[in-house]
Design a protein around this ligand. Structure first.
Ligand code: 13P
Length: 340
């Protein structure tokens, strides 16, 4: 492992003013997104859609890295250029989702564990050769009656750490993503406590598996009330609680933290990130690694029609720019109104 090189890549992924585009929806998830805009999900439609994002010169100015799904990393643009080359030309780093989704955890009703370790050491060198310099593995923790259990949290943290160690051995920066879902009926303080439990266990397991923290990027959820609670927290409360929690759990050796959006509205995800960066005096960079909060608007604008490509690129560029500003603590809500 060349840790100096891993650290350089990790630092570039969280460079000021930029963040990560999570375009790694699995075939099932992208089908759901396309269903919502009335587009059939085929190899070509998925390629056309993703190609329009990577060809958005304005939007990509604010993107440090792109997480790809296995299908996409091997795909070529309509004119034959590999999609990976389109991404590299914009200055962004290609990355790859390597987990293979979740399966139920035995004896733990309602809980899942992420799969994909078995052949990982054989797959990683192929992804590296194809241009990937970072990877992603998502663990999913739900909050509900009596859950999460320690069995679920420790199994998921262990898998994250095994994945991260294998990535580093293959000169790939691991994005470590322990996602506590925001779907439940819990309040914001329960989200805080569960996320604290999950992050403490994750960093313990990273230590046991000898993962070098200087060569990872953490991708956590923010501290928010569950959707079904019907409660809203203010932007400042989310920002203050999330920063307090991260300071208590994430060592300063970690170069950066890139949040998932997790089902927040586009503007909430931007406002929360901005408010955290306005607090300032943080030991790591705080930026975005959004899927839905960057792509919902361009997907809607595109709706599968080639004549809408320019409008979709404008919608993507706008969200990327707003989130880029939020990563600096320089976003203002007026900027949203001006665009609308
Ligand atoms: P969302 O921002 O839509 O939560 O997606 C980010 C991601 O990559 C989840 O694994």
């Amino acid at each position: 492992m060349n840790l100096a090189e891993l650290n350089k890549v990790a630092e570039a992924m969280v460079a000021p003013g930029k963040g990560i585009l999570a375009a790694d929806e699995s075939s099932g998830t992208i089908k759901k997104r396309f269903d919502a805009i009335g587009v059939e999900s085929t190899e070509d439609s998925r390629r056309d859609y993703r190609e329009l994002l990577f060809r958005s010169a304005e939007g990509m100015k604010h993107i440090s890295g792109v997480i790809l799904y296995d299908e996409t990393i091997w795909q070529k643009a309509k004119d034959g250029t590999p999609l990976v080359e389109l991404i590299k030309k914009t200055g962004a780093i290609p990355g790859i989702k390597v987990d293979e989704g979740t399966k139920p955890l035995p004896e733990c009703p309602g809980e899942v564990v992420t799969f994909g370790l078995d052949k990982l050491s054989e797959r990683l060198p192929k992804y590296f050769a194809q241009g990937a310099r970072f990877a992603k593995w998502r663990a999913v923790i739900d909050i509900g009656q009596g859950i999460p259990s320690y069995a679920c949290v420790s199994a998921n943290a262990h898998a994250l750490a095994r994945y991260a160690a294998l990535c580093q051995a293959n000169q790939i920066v691991p994005i470590v993503e322990p996602e506590v879902l925001m779907d439940g009926g819990h309040d914001i303080d329960t989200c805080y406590q569960v996320t604290e439990f999950v992050l403490k266990e994750t960093f313990q397991q990273l230590y046991y598996q000898k993962v070098a923290l200087e060569g990872i990027v953490l991708k956590p959820n923010m501290v928010v009330p569950g959707k079904k609670s019907g409660k809203k927290a203010s932007v400042d409360e989310v920002a203050e609680k999330t920063v307090k929690l991260l300071k208590a759990c994430v060592p300063g050796a970690v170069p950066g933290i890139a949040f998932l959006s997790g089902g927040q509205s586009d503007e909430e995800a931007t406002a929360h990130l901005d408010a955290m960066n306005k607090i300032g005096d943080l030991p790591w960079s705080l930026t975005f690694s959004y899927g839905r909060a960057l792509q919902a608007a361009p997907q809607k604008a595109w709706s599968g029609k080639s004549e809408n490509v320019a409008a979709a690129q404008r919608a993507f560029s706008h969200r990327a720019k707003m989130n880029g500003l939020a990563s600096l603590g320089e976003w203002k809500s007026d900027l949203e109104k001006k665009a609308a």
